[in-house]
Design a protein around this ligand. Sequence first.
Ligand SMILES: *[C@@H]1O[C@H](CO)[C@@H](O)[C@H](O)[C@H]1NC(C)=O
Ligand SMILES: *[C@@H]1O[C@H](CO)[C@@H](O)[C@H](O)[C@H]1NC(C)=O
Ligand SMILES: *[C@@H]1O[C@H](CO)[C@@H](O)[C@H](O)[C@H]1NC(C)=O
Length: 700
Amino acid sequence: ISWFSAQRSPEEEPIPAQDGWWQKTLRALKTLLLFSIILGVSLLLWGYVFQGCGPSPCKTPVCQDLLDLYLASGNSSVAPCTDFFSFACGNTNRIGSPFQALAEENKRRVRRILETPGSWHLAPGEEKAFGFYNSCMNTGAIEAAGAGPLRQVIEELGGWPISGNRTPLDFNQTLSLLMSQYGHFPFFRAYLQPLPTPPYLPVIQIDQPEFDVLLKQKQEPNYAQILREYLTYLNRLVTLLGGDPSQVQEHASFSIFINSQLNQILRPGEQQRAQGKVFEMVTIDQLQRVAPAIDWLSCLQATFAPMSLSPSYRVAVHDLEYLKNMSQLLEKELLKHRDFLQSHMIFGLVRTLSPALDSQFQEARRLLSQKVGELTGRPPMPVHPRWMMCVEKTEAFFEPTLATLFIRETFRPSTQSAVREGSSSADVARLLSLHVPSQLTQLQVKMGPSEWALKPDPARQDYEDVQLGPSFLQTFLSCIRSRQARVIQGFLQPFSNHRWQVPPWGLKAYYSIPDHVMVFPAGLLQPPFFHPGYPRAVNFGAAGSIMARELLHIFNQILLPGGCPACDTHALQKALLCLERLYSAFPSPKGTSLDASSTLLGDAADTGALAIALKAYKKRLVLFRGETILPSLDLSPRQLFFRSYAQVMCRDPSTQDPQDIHSPPTLRVHGPLSDSPAFTRHFRCPEGALLNPSSRCQLW
Ligand SMILES: *[C@@H]1O[C@H](CO)[C@@H](O)[C@H](O)[C@H]1NC(C)=O
Ligand SMILES: *[C@@H]1O[C@H](CO)[C@@H](O)[C@H](O)[C@H]1NC(C)=O
Ligand SMILES: *[C@@H]1O[C@H](CO)[C@@H](O)[C@H](O)[C@H]1NC(C)=O
């Protein structure tokens, strides 16, 4: 494979030969990745002409902004060869992680779109989206309406014994209404999603419900206090709804009881996966026999109309035993405590609808989250300004329309045409004539906006079913129903064209199993990771390494134990052991006890991502001259490449989540850099410096 032999210096020789299939695959992967990255980053640069030669300082406003960020985040008085993390990210606890910052910036972009209309004539669908956002921001009207709209909803559901009028409905009727009209699933969740196995048909999946507070851990030291806080919260809700305080205690206690009973019979997800049972297919008829308390056919039919269901329709159930025990619990309680169950369902509904309720409800939830956070040591839910919540809801309810507007704002026409041209021909496989498992060569890489965002389909975007008013809660409910209908319609259409399942403002790369397509959304390809006007060192170091890492994750999934029974993973295991040794040379950050093996795959992806992005960058420099640098940063293009790689990883190490499958950020910078001989060379690291170890792994 000539791509590599051309410029491989002796010190860049990979780990000694392991003949056979695995090595061929590894090499094929390298080439494939290299192509993907070069293709990816170049496509985005297409249409921008580079002139001159030798690195000249980039003085445009976008570069100035980037320079300001780099200066603010790093500490240039630290020696790069001993602590590159502090060199690049020393001040991150003041500026935050770049991903979080970009996610917020993308929300601000959408906000600017929603708050400054008028330069063009609004299409009917756009009018609805703007109207929704405006009524969400109209807190005056929401406060004036108070709890009235919510009380009306409760009456539609048959009322409850604590306040207001009652016309009790049958339990099954209430449940069916909650699921189909109010988007609330008190005892289990039901949603439409393709199966993860061929032929990837969309089916109804039945999963565990979501809870306000996880009340399972009786061994939790502050369990009693958590219960008390939850009780206080439920009391507040009832007071806000004008309920009878003398009855609250009993209803709230029962809701807590049901909540903890349901939590007790849940099987944790990890346990399910360990038993190799992520879901099982059962017919609605079988489900009815296992869990008879619920009228499954009519509840699911109401929720997923216009799909037509029959008793022989097969659903994917994630935890059948949970449903069985849940049904037993319900049958027992329905006999004695139908009223209490009604209150329990209403408490849950209030949580689902809370974004549409007035500030007193929001405050009650915030207090609960804060108190529970204090008691459990888990971080409370973050408090966001109102505009952000309204942007998120508008994005969720009017995604097709906002996607088009977002692309119009953030992707200039020249980039658009380049990306469009590129994405149809981005079939990397055709560039290769290699004998590797077809799974790998057929992977397509797509970037930027999806086809449907570039060519909007008016039929998808008119939202005729959305009714604005009379109250914001009614608007919100109408949007919930409209979105559900759109999701179902989308799945009912023949599953021919690949539909990108990431919104363009998202940051998460998305891998579609059925289509074998990797998608990098437009929202990710933004400053500070990517800009057509940046020095290419920045685009390859930041966006390039992000893309390489995501692709490596996919290959890991395919190649690792179980994913590829025919593969010889011996060499891979050996390489991983080497990485484990390399990483163990670094002191583990204080307060963390690292389980190195759990982060090993992530470490391998980080190390590979840096190596591949660097090779792609070098290749690019050979093909095109005219690299720029950032003024007054005093870094050569190659140095800037490593600096940009590290910038992506910047975050406050003390915020590391113990559940994180990645190494802490210091290691994610130091591990890969110490494995790169080019890093040592370009920063002239002396023998024995922490980032210049005596032996390396160089898996990629
Ligand atoms: C930058 O690093 C130096 C040397 O480690 C240290 O003394 C100084 O406090 C750091 N500056 C900031 C702002 O953290
Ligand atoms: C479900 O109920 C059965 C018997 O009714 C019991 O044996 C089993 O342990 C319960 N499952 C869970 C997860 O609690
Ligand atoms: C709900 O419907 C199912 C199936 O028809 C039935 O077995 C169950 O008793 C009903 N529940 C109530 C409380 O009526």
